[in-house]
Design a protein around this ligand. Structure first.
Ligand code: ZN
Length: 133
């Protein structure tokens, strides 16, 4: 079951500039920053009520975030939904015809289990499912 929006992911060219911008927009400061080596990115999180903003900066030119920035420029990259059982939600979405970007969920930011669905199958929005560990 999808429970709520966990976070919105926003691609930035430069994390220092992104943090400065979102500190001003949100009148807040990030509570967490981590490098996700497997995805070649750095993620910085703000907590807003019971949801979050995730800023994403690529650490390599072959990162998916680099490709996104080249094609679309900085801005909203994905919407993440919190689920209670990522395996059953992946199965449900696959059975609806949505294409997962990985066969199995993997460990993403904040230690959550995550998986993504291809925007070509979801009307243009990259969708992330995530489950607390
Ligand atoms: Zn995310």
């Amino acid at each position: 079951m999808i429970k709520q929006i966990d976070h919105i992911g926003i691609a930035v060219n430069n994390m220092g500039e992104g943090v400065q911008l979102f500190n001003a927009i949100l009148d807040s400061i990030p509570f967490h920053k981590e490098e996700i080596v497997s995805q070649k990115l750095i993620a910085t999180f703000y907590e807003i009520g019971n949801t979050k903003i995730e800023l994403l900066e690529p650490t390599s030119t072959d990162s998916a975030i680099s490709k996104f920035l080249l094609n679309k420029g900085p801005g909203i990259h994905h919407v993440a939904f919190l689920v209670d059982n990522i395996h059953s939600e992946m199965q449900r979405m696959k059975s609806e015809g949505f294409k997962a970007l990985s066969e199995e969920p993997y460990i993403g930011a904040l230690g959550k289990l995550v998986c993504f669905f291809h925007p070509k199958t979801t009307g243009g929005s990259l969708i992330e499912l995530c489950q607390k560990k």
